[in-house]
Write a protein of this length. Structure first.
Length: 510
């Protein structure tokens, strides 16, 4: 008879105002296994972990830990009971030593004072178990993220954790550091630890996990044995797209696009940054919409940030309208005729306490320089023009942008960059979190901009949307570009198979 799971979650539900984060989710974790938890943005992965570890109370369902009803109450209490979490952003104290972090709150004492020698001995013994040999008296902040994560795992082991949750642990690691982490995970698995591995890297899941649970939109898609689930089927389950009866949308749209596409606006060769995105080549022409497709964490936003100068590349060359440029800052990109509507409009896009007018003219003012102030009358003229052009629903341009709907806020960010008259506009998830009507309006706007000769780099998690708007598609997976699809290759099935396979697909049309 198989051993009962160490963790059983049944019908788990959690909601927030206007959001159903988890809806009747089941999850099972066994001793001596690495269980991957996967899903796109909004799938419910983080909520499940936070309910399990006591950050949030659950609304419904039950949790059994070692066969008994379980409610942590807080992350600290969860850790005391044997459930520890290591996050992507390591939650330790960088200005303390490695040893102090490992034994914080449990420092050995002698005659009422901390016993430094014993603390060093115990810290080294903990790290030896992980095959990590560093100076434990050195400040933790002096070491790499990889070492800090190992220290966080070592601290969890010091608490005698039975369940170890690794939340996106490999996002900031290079290939060698990832393999070292995997060796530790396999060792802990062999010792009987249950490991919950939250990740969006498909290849890594197949390299190290025993089973996979997929969530989508707060619901359970299913639990699968890794060895029996083909990659393309995993992609299908993550995206919510069937592998049969898929219709191609290539046809006339792509042919018409090729007729209107002009000279290259952007040409990138060998651009990349270690730990961020592998080197890639890319070309975008005037009047063309180039779509970026890929799963969460595939590198789509990182590619946009490299082009816009938010991330500074280690290598590669960039030409804008035939001239070599160094896009080493957003200001330089802006001056070169590139605009970027970021993925997170709340934290990176709008400035909530400014008016709609002020938000619209912001980028143009930066481009002109703060000492060449745009007169108030000119600001109002620009704002009114784009409010009318994009049909932004607002009583007045003086309205605080925080009082507008999500769709109208998104249009305001697009208006901000249109006011700079860019030759290339990068749109990173421009329709996320807005209603169906506003989505349709944004999609129509993208097509109309390309009709007017603007080059558009369009990023979306929704395959239907990419296929509807793009003339060509570049496919990314695990921080690398793995395929470029021309118009006659553009359908959902080909995209999913391209994400799933290792070899590159397609060639850059000339």
């Amino acid at each position: 008879m198989p051993e009962a799971p160490i963790l059983v979650i049944r019908r788990l539900s959690k909601g927030f105002p206007g959001v159903r984060a988890l809806a009747g989710v089941d999850f099972f974790l066994r001793r001596g296994e690495i269980h991957a938890l996967m899903g796109e943005n909004g799938a419910g992965k983080s909520t499940l972990i936070k309910v399990l570890t006591g950050v949030y109370p659950r609304d419904g369902g039950e949790i059994l830990f070692e066969g008994r009803p379980f409610a942590a109450g807080s992350p600290h209490k969860a850790q005391e009971q044997g459930i520890s979490t290591v996050y992507q952003e390591v939650n330790l104290v960088p200005n303390l030593s490695v040893a102090e972090n490992l034994l914080l709150g449990r420092q050995p004492t002698r005659a009422g004072l901390i016993d430094g020698r014993e603390m060093k001995r115990r810290a080294e013994a903990i790290l030896k178990r992980l095959n990590l040999h560093v100076d434990v008296n050195q400040l933790l902040g002096d070491y790499s993220i990889a070492v800090q994560q190992m220290v966080a795992i070592g601290r969890a082991l010091e608490f005698e954790s039975k369940i170890l949750i690794l939340d996106e642990p490999t996002s900031s690691l290079d290939a060698g550091e990832v393999e070292q982490l995997f060796k530790v995970m396999r060792k802990l698995k062999a010792e009987g630890h249950a490991i919950l591995f939250v990740t969006h890297f498909v290849d890594q899941v197949y390299a190290v996990s025993d089973r996979i649970t997929v969530l989508r939109n707060g619901e359970l898609v299913g639990e699968f044995e890794t060895s029996r689930l083909p990659k393309v089927e995993l992609i299908s389950k993550l995206l919510g797209k069937a592998l049969h009866d898929l219709e191609s949308v290539a046809t006339a749209k792509g042919e018409a696009a090729s007729e209107r596409a002009g000279e290259p606006v952007l040409r990138v060769q060998g651009l990349g940054k270690a730990g961020v995105l592998e080197r890639f080549d890319l070309e975008i022409h005037a009047g063309e919409v180039l779509g970026l497709a890929g799963l969460l964490g595939s590198g789509r936003t990182e590619l946009a940030n490299l082009i816009f100068g938010i991330e500074k590349p280690d290598h590669g060359e960039v030409e804008v309208q035939g001239e070599k440029v160094r896009l080493n800052s957003p200001l330089r990109a802006l001056q070169s005729g590139i605009g970027l509507c970021p993925e997170d409009r709340k934290s990176e896009g709008i400035i909530e306490d400014l008016s709609l007018r002020e938000n619209i003219v912001l980028a143009l003012q930066v481009k002109q320089g703060w000492f060449r102030n745009i007169p108030r009358a000119r600001q109002e003229e620009i704002a009114e023009r784009y409010i009318k052009l994009l049909d932004i629903r607002t009583p007045t341009a003086a309205q605080a942008i925080k009082n507008l709907s999500g769709g109208n806020q998104q249009k305001a960010i697009v208006a901000r960059w249109l006011a700079t008259q860019p030759t290339l506009l990068i749109l990173d998830e421009p329709t996320r979190g807005i209603d169906v009507g506003a989505k349709a309006e944004i999609q129509k706007l993208i097509l109309s901009l390309s009709d007017r000769g603007m080059a558009v780099l369009f990023i979306s998690s929704e395959l239907d949307e990419v296929l509807r708007c793009a003339d060509r598609i570049a496919v990314l997976r695990d921080k690398a570009m793995v395929g470029k699809l021309s118009a006659d290759q553009m359908d959902e099935q080909i995209i999913m198979r391209t994400i799933a396979q290792t070899d590159q697909v397609g060639a850059e049309p000339r």
